[in-house]
Design a protein around this ligand. Structure first.
Ligand SMILES: Nc1ncnc2c1ncn2[C@@H]1O[C@H](COP(=O)(O)OP(=O)(O)OP(=O)(O)O)[C@@H](O)[C@H]1O
Ligand SMILES: [Mg+2]
Length: 413
């Protein structure tokens, strides 16, 4: 899957931005020039949620009412971005936001956001966003579930079923506790029914999570082996661990005993909501003690392994967005990580950074300059006609600037 073009209007500091992208693109510019915002716009159009803990209202440019994002995507592997611009086989995904979000694909309203998400996998890296390296288990479980969902769409329904049943059970158990351990006959029956319904779905979720962790770890082993050739001893053996109290063979006696304990404690103890995911190095929990650069290098390696799983299972290569890619990494790590995304890796990678970089000169380079609004947006009163986006200074592969800076807006309608 390739994003050939990104066009945004009134999106954070960007009044207007329209650029072709290549399979490997590096966007650089000063702090506040809007690099993360460009990644955010692409991410949003594909993922329908921002990676920031903010509502979409915050994205609308100050003084405006709405924003637009259009990404031109091609799912055919042979249609990777070319210099000649958009291909007729592109899908134009348009997201318009004004109080609510309207999503269109080639002008047709998208009915199933679940399908949209499933078919347009996108992976974003920044040290601050939620990930499998986050400290709380609930965030880790959600991140793992996202990966499973990208390999199997119906997983979203399975999770919904599990959570609905679990909440009902939680409610009942809570009621028992408030009632000094007493349970009416009806509640007794309902609890048994709920428990019986929960057991198979718990097993399914457990199985899918376990399988994906095994796949991730297998891929990590292969990646370490490959990286070992270029940089011996740099990438140590770091793996995911997954533990669960779910008994895949379902020992009835054990779950019945547990149910008695659940009644006493007033909360569901058995199930995948108690699963624990950790990252381990030499038996220790890695995410508790890495240096910034070590954590980042592993995180990006992990994303590569996840991207391989999605490509393998779905035949769709996820888009990889690496914000401030080089920041905090030493040169050996930068080179080694880049080798994961070289020409043999067929996913599209869009990296950002503040300066032009010799390490990234082989990529298609786009320079963005700060707009007047960036430097003084507290006082800015946006003009009715958007101020012109500065002509980008481009290095690396040539860019069709005529097309890149065209200001027509008709495709949004
Ligand atoms: N709703 C908004 N309207 C206008 N400007 C906004 C809005 N939200 C954020 N901004 C501004 O947009 C600018 C671009 O932010 P962004 O995070 O994309 O910059 P960046 O190039 O990634 O910077 P850095 O190098 O520091 O990471 C910032 O000046 C920010 O304050
Ligand atoms: Mg940024």
């Amino acid at each position: 899957m390739f994003v050939n073009n990104i066009k945004i209007r009134n999106f954070r500091n960007h009044s207007f931005f329209n650029h072709q992208l290549q399979r490997q693109t590096y966007i650089y510019g000063d702090n506040g020039s809007g690099k993360t915002s460009i990644l955010e716009s692409i991410y949003l159009a594909l993922n329908l949620r921002t990676f920031k803990k903010q509502t979409l209202k915050n994205i609308v440019q100050f003084g405006e009412q709405s924003f637009h994002v259009t990404v031109s995507i091609n799912h055919e592997p042979q249609h990777e971005p070319q210099h000649h611009g958009n291909s007729s086989a592109d899908n134009h995904i348009t997201l318009f936001y004004q109080d609510e979000m309207i999503l269109k694909n080639n002008g047709e309203k998208v009915d199933s956001s679940m399908e949209h998400l499933h078919n347009n996998p996108v992976i974003y890296y920044s040290p601050n966003t939620d990930s499998l390296l986050s400290s709380d288990q609930s965030t880790k479980r959600k991140q793992l579930d996202k990966i499973v969902f990208h390999t199997y769409m119906n997983y979203a329904n399975e999770l919904n079923t599990y959570n609905r049943l679990l909440n009902q059970k939680r409610h009942l158990l809570h009621g028992i506790q408030n009632n000094d351990g007493h349970l009416s006959h009806n509640s007794q029956t309902l609890l048994k029914v709920l428990n019986d319904q929960l057991i198979p779905i718990t097993k399914t979720i457990h199985h899918r999570r376990k399988k994906i962790v095994e796949q991730i770890n297998r891929n990590l082993t292969n990646i370490y082996e490959t990286l070992q050739i270029t940089e011996p001893n740099l990438h140590t053996q770091i793996y995911l661990s997954y533990s669960s109290n779910v008994d895949p063979n379902h020992n009835t006696e054990a779950t019945t005993n547990l149910l008695e304990r659940e009644k006493i404690e007033g909360t569901p103890l058995y199930g995948t909501h108690r699963d624990r995911i950790n990252i381990r190095k030499d038996g220790k929990i890695f995410e508790k003690f890495p240096s910034f650069g070590q954590g980042k290098a592993f995180h990006i390696t992990l994303l590569k392994s996840i991207s391989q799983i999605i490509s393998h299972e779905r035949g769709i290569t996820p888009l990889i967005l690496l914000d401030d890619f080089e920041a905090g990494l030493d040169n050996r790590r930068i080179k080694s990580l880049l080798s994961m995304f070289d020409s043999s890796h067929n996913a599209q990678v869009i990296a950002t950074g503040v300066n032009p970089s010799a390490n990234l000169s082989h990529m298609h380079n786009i320079h963005i300059a700060a707009t007047p609004m960036d430097s003084n947006h507290e006082h800015a009163t946006p003009s009715p006609t958007p101020s012109p986006t500065p002509t980008p200074i481009t290095t690396g592969k040539p860019l069709n600037t005529n097309d890149a800076n065209r200001k027509d807006n008709h495709e949004y309608n």
